[in-house]
Design a protein around this ligand. Sequence first.
Ligand SMILES: Cc1cc2nc3c(=O)[nH]c(=O)nc-3n(C[C@H](O)[C@H](O)[C@H](O)COP(=O)(O)OP(=O)(O)OC[C@H]3O[C@@H](n4cnc5c(N)ncnc54)[C@H](O)[C@@H]3O)c2cc1C
Length: 407
Amino acid sequence: MRNQVLASRDAEVIVVGGGPAGSTLAAALAEAGREVLLLDKARFPRHKPCSDYVNPAGAELLAEMGVLDEALRLGARRMEGMIVHAPNGAAFTAHYARAEPGRAALGLSRYQLDRLLLERARAVGVTVCEGAHVRGVLENSGRVTGILATIDGSRDALRASLVVGADGRHSAVARTLRVASPLRWPRKTGLAAHFRGVAEGNGFGEMFVGSRVYAGLALLEDGLTNVTVVANTSDVARRPGSIEQFFAAATQELPAMARLLDGAERVGTIRGVGSMACRARQTAGNGWLLVGDAAAFLDPFPGEGIEQALRSAMLAAPVIDAALDGDDCSAAALAPYRLARRRAFTAKRQVSWIVQGFVNNPPLMNHVTARLARRDELGLTLAGILGGFQPATRALDPRFLARLLRP
Ligand SMILES: Cc1cc2nc3c(=O)[nH]c(=O)nc-3n(C[C@H](O)[C@H](O)[C@H](O)COP(=O)(O)OP(=O)(O)OC[C@H]3O[C@@H](n4cnc5c(N)ncnc54)[C@H](O)[C@@H]3O)c2cc1C
């Protein structure tokens, strides 16, 4: 029966994008017995502009997926905490392992991580087509029936019962469905590079907040360190010199970071993403669904993008499987995904907006950092929330916020 149905289409599900969201969802559906075609315009392994930091909850998801040991074998670094430096030099440590024993973030380049996840999808039966640039979706009578792609220079129309947009921040799927809704604020550009020879403290990640930029360090495989600078998109656009000069000047603006980078050598190019925040007005409809950044992304500071990409894939898989079972991939049949997203992400998103408020207001950032350094219980709660292993609602409790902001 399934083969007969498949004769009129190319796959049950087409997943556009083989990043963490796409390859995780494709693998989950293939494991449930679905015929999945995954298309990515890149050829793997490929670099991706990112700080290469997987938060503790994301690391836990990798363990559940059975890839943590392989990630560690590839040299992924465990980071038991994150040191956050405020513009005035105050610092506090979000100590995950003290907040909950055994918790740690993971540092692994996206070159390795994304290849690992895509190989896992292939191993469980996903058909992977690399070098396939999806241009848009095919629609018929108000429902999505497939995609249009350029594969090996020729245009192809491919059909499926469901199309998943897992194609990141500039999602072609979301764009052609007219649900992409760019945010007016914050408009930040991220610039990421790998370095060798960065001075290493106690094996923690570090974030440095300045008055106009912030930057992060994450420890990676093979003695590499990821250095990411985030600045106003307008400042990057109006820079007088090259991107390399802008990047170097930004790290020099952050004295504590400049000290760690002294004598270090950049390996490879600086990879950038302009105006990072994005959001889709709707995350599922008739014959389509969005996961990962294609659905929403705010800012790298909370370090939750990869975790949310994996989690959104895990929320979507059972809903899609049930919809295919019922031969009904309508918006109504996919609605449980939208509800599951709301339950999983709303509180964390509100916390991320609060964090944006701190990071973009130096006096407030100085104050909050000093409070967190002085009040151990506040720091441990925030470590658990930012690490994704304690409920974000705890940070929204007015008593927590009052204790954080008290003079
Ligand atoms: C500068 C920066 C630093 C960041 N640092 C961190 C961090 O340290 N930790 C963290 O958790 N998150 C971080 N993030 C966020 C994180 O990178 C994303 O949340 C995560 O990659 C989302 O995964 P995804 O699978 O949804 O999308 P992506 O990882 O973007 O994957 C999308 C895939 O789709 C493919 N694709 C795109 N368009 C098409 C098309 N038209 N046709 C076919 N294929 C297509 C791409 O080639 C890509 O492989 C950072 C983001 C930025 C910009």
